[in-house]
Design a binder for this molecule. Structure first.
Ligand code: SF4
Length: 148
């Protein structure tokens, strides 16, 4: 069993209420081989929601309390939501004995190869990707797209 970002499996969980469905991941879920999760929804955020970015660093820096996750327009602090969502995803991973997750790249939660900081791509992981990775779960970047 794998974990997969819910938006990659066709669920309308993105900040703007859309998805970025990839047939392969939808099919893995349909076959019972992957479990879809959206850390931002699990962290208590609504959909649609404000687009969020990490302020000056990556998910590891958020986990260490060095930087915050903020709303792009409002500047509101969403750090607690992203941390709570990451914790909930880790719980699901433990329940299902997950060893590998396919996560949507570019997201402040799911980003696995790159994230966006001040509208620029930087190498690094989002908050959930970082937490899973720290727990020894292989995280693979998927569904490259500029916006999240
Ligand atoms: S990238 Fe992650 S946090 Fe964003 S909508 Fe998809 S599953 Fe949710």
């Amino acid at each position: 069993m794998f974990l997969v970002s819910a938006c990659l499996a066709g669920l309308n969980t993105r900040y703007d209420g859309t998805n970025c469905c990839k047939r392969y991941f939808k099919s893995l879920v349909a076959q019972g081989k992957a479990f879809p999760v959206c850390p931002e929804q699990l962290g208590g955020l609504p959909t649609p929601r404000e687009s969020i970015e990490l302020a000056g660093g990556d998910g590891q820096a958020v986990l260490k309390g060095r930087i915050k996750a903020i709303g792009k327009k409002s500047g509101k602090d969403y750090t607690k939501n992203l941390l709570r969502g990451a914790d909930e995803v880790l719980k699901i991973a433990a329940m299902l004995k997950i060893k590998k997750a396919f996560l949507k790249d570019g997201s402040p939660s799911c980003g696995s190869g790159y994230i966006k900081v001040n509208n620029k791509r930087i190498k690094g992981k989002g908050v959930t990707a970082a937490l899973l990775s720290n727990a020894g779960i292989e995280v693979q970047a998927a569904g490259l797209k500029v916006e999240d």
